[in-house]
Every structure is written in structure tokens, then in C-alpha cells.
Write a protein of this length. Structure first.
Length: 342
């Protein structure tokens, strides 16, 4: 099997060499070059034609995000951003990066080793099969059907992973304030979900917030599961839909897990629910979405042509969990069509 050619772009030579050393120990990865700024990176791209590039945002001579904006139209390739806790990672995703990882800061040797030998290599392998290019926004406003009082009692559950931040944004941006309450899981490093929710809240018509234990599910609002060591589940307390945040172990390889959220929605909301599974690697969410469908919920899966990684939606589709398979630009339209008949 041909190894994945990786270009590392990092202005800290100490950290850069650490990345090169750690990645080079993976038999499926070949680090072709280490560049300290965008100009060296440009030359290395032309010379080595890497399969994946890791990119630090803070770079000398040219900002990493500006470099991405110039690079992607001319030499599109999968890019993983390595960043400290910063809202700028979402600018990088909007500029064309497929994913990001949190730069380990102030951690011990064991955590640093886990990052360079486990977390980052996994992200690189996922990125190597990702589709590159910015998600196309809806350009035609569709006619939104009026929603009945019964439709407003519905709960919408959304799950995504790689490519999900931009995909979720594209869907939520089409929802008006009349949309039923939304609960979401997006695989993301700890510390970033609150910033992501705030970013969505500013750009969408609906309210978006990082969920807190006991938050009530209400129309016109989306609750995003906080990244960390806990799962988010839907519960019914005296007839009121709420979320609970509970610490636990990984399920389907993740915490929070889409499967955990979807399964709880199936148990609590039953046929008054819509499940949406978007782009992402792996199979998290497929079992939960199937459980939702069997409970009477309507289900939507993103199609292969618009996924950054057609993993989670494919596993769900193959399992028979997806009722409607849609292009990303049609997911919101399908949601409204379902709601108008509930």
C-alpha cells in the first residue's frame, strides 16, 4: 500500500521536528517535507505533491488562513489545521481546511506522544480520503411551508463529524425561528464547541448555544453537545423536553456520541422526531438513526456527492436507517417538507 505523503507546515522548528518524528513512525505515513512558512510550503507542494498538509495558523510572512485562501483554488489538497484554542479554526474550515486538531499546550510527555502518534495520524488518514473544496451554499431560496402546532412539538436531532462544522452551518442557516427545537452532536476537540456555537448563533436566524445540563428544547433554538467527557441525551421531565449531560465512556468511538443522542431521541420523542446524519468518518450515529426510524421518526442522510467524508451517512444508509438521502443544499428543504405533513 502506498504511504500517505504529508507536508508539515509549522513555524516552530522544535514542534515541527517533533511532528515529523512522530508521524514518521507510522508505517502508512511518509513526511515529505517540513516548511516553516507559506512560501516554503508552496515550493514543497509543487515539488512533492503531498496527499495531506498539516498547517499551523500562526505563521511568519503570511497568515495561515490567507495562505489557505490563496492555495485552495490553485492547488486543492486536504488540509488539517493544528491550532491552539482559537475561534480562527472555523475561519480556516471556511477557507477550505477539512479538519482541525487542538495543539497540545502545557501537557505531559504521555499526552504529547499520544497526539503525535495517535490523534494526528488518525486525522491524516481520514483527510487522505476526504473531498476537498468549500461546501456550496444554497443559492436559491426555497418556499418554506407553514408549520402547524403539532410540527412545532417535533425534535430535530443532527449528528456530524469530519466536514460537519461547515455542513451543520449550511443546514442551520436555512432554518427560520419557527423551526422545532434542535439537538446536535458534532465531533470536536474539547473547548471548541462553545466557540462554534457562538459563531453559529451570530450567522443563523435561530439561536444556537452550547448545551448545559437541564437546558429545555424549544423552537427556534439549537443545543450543541459540549465536547469533553460527557454524552448528551434527550429526556422528558413532566412533559418538558430537556437535555442531560452525563459523564461516561466512549460509545461508537466517541464522546459525546451521536448514537447516544439519537437513541435517547428515539426513546423519548418517538415519531415526533427527525434525525439528520451529515458528513463524517466512521459509523457513529448509524445505530441510533436506525433506532429512531424504527420508533417512527423520519430520517435524512447527506448524499455522497456533497460529503467531505461519506462515512457516517453511508453506514447509516447501508443499514437501512436513512429514509431520504439528500444533497447538503436540500437537507433543510426536505426537513421543512417533512414538518409540513406532521
Amino acid at each position: 500500500m502506498r504511504r500517505i505523503k504529508v507536508l508539515v507546515v509549522e513555524d516552530s522548528m522544535v514542534f515541527g521536528k517533533l511532528l515529523v518524528q512522530g508521524l514518521s513512525e507510522d508505517p502508512l505515513i511518509e513526511v515529505v517535507a517540513l516548511a516553516k512558512d507559506p512560501f516554503e510550503a508552496r515550493d514543497a507542494i509543487l515539488k512533492y505533491q503531498p496527499d495531506v498538509m498539516t498547517l499551523d495558523i500562526e505563521l511568519p510572512k503570511m497568515d495561515g488562513i490567507e495562505f489557505l485562501k490563496m492555495l485552495m483554488p490553485q492547488h486543492p489538497l486536504p488540509v488539517i489545521v493544528i491550532s491552539t484554542l482559537s475561534n480562527r479554526v472555523f475561519d480556516a474550515l471556511n477557507a477550505g481546511a477539512v479538519d482541525f486538531v487542538a495543539k497540545p499546550v502545557g501537557v505531559g510527555v504521555a499526552q504529547l506522544e499520544a497526539f503525535v502518534k495517535n490523534e494526528l495520524p488518525i486525522k491524516i488518514k481520514i483527510a487522505s480520503v476526504a473531498k476537498v473544496g468549500r461546501i456550496k451554499r444554497n443559492v436559491i431560496e426555497f418556499a418554506k411551508q407553514s408549520l402547524t402546532g403539532k410540527a412545532k412539538e417535533v425534535v430535530i436531532a443532527i449528528g456530524a463529524s469530519t466536514g460537519g462544522p461547515e455542513a451543520i452551518a449550511a443546514v442551520l442557516n436555512e432554518f427560520g425561528t419557527e423551526i422545532p427545537g434542535i439537538v446536535m452532536v458534532q465531533h470536536m476537540p474539547p473547548g471548541f464547541t462553545d466557540m462554534y456555537a457562538q459563531r453559529l448563533d451570530k450567522r443563523c436566524k435561530i439561536r444556537v448555544k452550547e448545551a448545559k445540563n437541564g437546558d429545555i428544547v424549544i423552537p427556534g433554538q439549537a443545543l450543541l453537545a459540549p465536547a469533553g467527557d460527557a454524552h448528551m441525551q434527550l429526556v422528558n421531565v413532566n412533559g418538558v423536553m430537556q437535555v442531560v449531560i452525563k459523564k461516561g465512556e466512549r460509545v461508537s468511538g466517541h464522546i459525546p456520541s451521536v448514537d447516544v443522542l439519537f437513541t435517547s431521541v428515539a426513546e423519548v420523542a418517538k415519531d415526533k422526531a427527525i434525525g439528520i446524519i451529515l458528513t463524517g468518518m466512521g459509523g457513529d450515529g448509524a445505530k441510533g438513526l436506525l433506532t429512531m426510524k424504527k420508533a417512527g421518526a423520519r430520517t435524512i442522510g447527506q448524499d455522497e456527492s456533497t460529503c467531505v467524508v461519506y462515512g457516517m451517512p453511508k453506514v447509516a444508509y447501508d443499514a437501512g436507517a436513512v429514509e431520504f438521502q439528500e444533497k447538503l443544499s436540500d437537507v433543510a428543504k426536505r426537513t421543512y417538507a417533512i414538518l409540513s405533513k406532521m
